[in-house]
Design a protein around this ligand. Sequence first.
Ligand SMILES: [Zn+2]
Length: 448
Amino acid sequence: MTKWLSGFLLWLCCWPLFANSLDDVRVWPSDDKTRVVLDLAEAPDFSYFLLKSPERLVVDIYKTGQKVKLPLKVDDSPLISKVRNSTPKDKGSIRLVLELKQATKASLFALAPAEGNGHRLVIDLGGDGPTGSPKGSSQASPSVKPPAPVPVKAPAQGRDIVVAIDPGHGGHDPGSIGRHKTYEKHVTLAIAKKLQADINKVPGMSAVLTRSTDTFIEVMDRADIARQKKADILVSIHADSVNSAQPRGASVWVLNNSRAKRVIGKWVDEKDRHSELLGGAAEVLEDTKQEQYLAQALLDMSMDHSRSVGQGIGSTILKELGKVTKLHKNRPQPNSLGVLTAPDIPSVLVETGFISNPEEEKLLANGWHQGRLAGALAQALKEYFTAWPPQGTLFAQQGSKRVHLVSRGESLSVLASRYGTTVSAIRHANSLKSDVLWVGQKLTIPSN
Ligand SMILES: [Zn+2]
């Protein structure tokens, strides 16, 4: 009875301490800024300060309990890598630590409920916001600056798959020109913009363009743009042309093996490019005599990855394009055309049709047909990445939906090695009681 009573009294005395609760943490990274939004039941009473080596932002929220599970890893922000808990000042408060990747400006402000959102504490990192004063303290006030528009498509945690779309030619380079004065550079830009819009509608995917106006960009710079945007795939859009009016149909080109090897050889010699190409691995390599050897090995691995992604996406694109237009070749062709020069970025080059064929010239200049081509490309990319989601993406979180149809001579171990998984994982995913497979059997292939 006494025990129960003291427990009750404890509950009674401490209840008001938890009048507020932290319900969710949401992160919106962009190129130079990252916004972290804390969703709370009530207006927050908070203070914060910045710490050095390593860089951190510490936020104390008083009289608050916590419902959201932390740590939260942030993959795609240049500014922040993680939001975690730390020991709070007292039992009634919570302390959050934002692990930062670099010294950055921080501005914090509370927002009152509006437009379907409850109370929020907004943390803006980077950009031109006011510098976070050490030991700042603030309270919700009606005079805080208005919130920046919050993107509607919010990846809960997994990052977007980034598709870099490259409209071929541009500016003083018109590309091929049809008999009826259709310019390839205009066709490629129109299709690229439609494709970008289609991709941006898919949750978990976003698209960037190497050019969005009629300007000229060097071929090498196009791959660099994709690299800077951390693109998962570079899709270059073109239209074919030959001297004869007959040839027609779409084709897809992928990175040529020997060309890729030559580029890698060159890069291994260019030491100053190592950190750009290998990221963190370059630092580890820096002081070893083995650097060249390891750089070669890493670039080779990266090339193998690029080629298999390019090949897979190329095949899927042809399958989808075949539904909306004639195909010139029904397999991806290896080549070192245009942007197909970067062994470290999966790339495909799509020839959407022959501008030299009068009938196709008409189609390529037609907005409706351009939309169909863009739709087929978007569908193919979505399909491929659903089956093969890159690590850390929303697609990966949603789980891979690969289904394999068993054909003659295939065994679990053959499939496990082909898909980079294990026999027991396939067994488990399909609740198999025996390892005997039959032709035509449908197996779910688990993601790793
Ligand atoms: Zn072209």
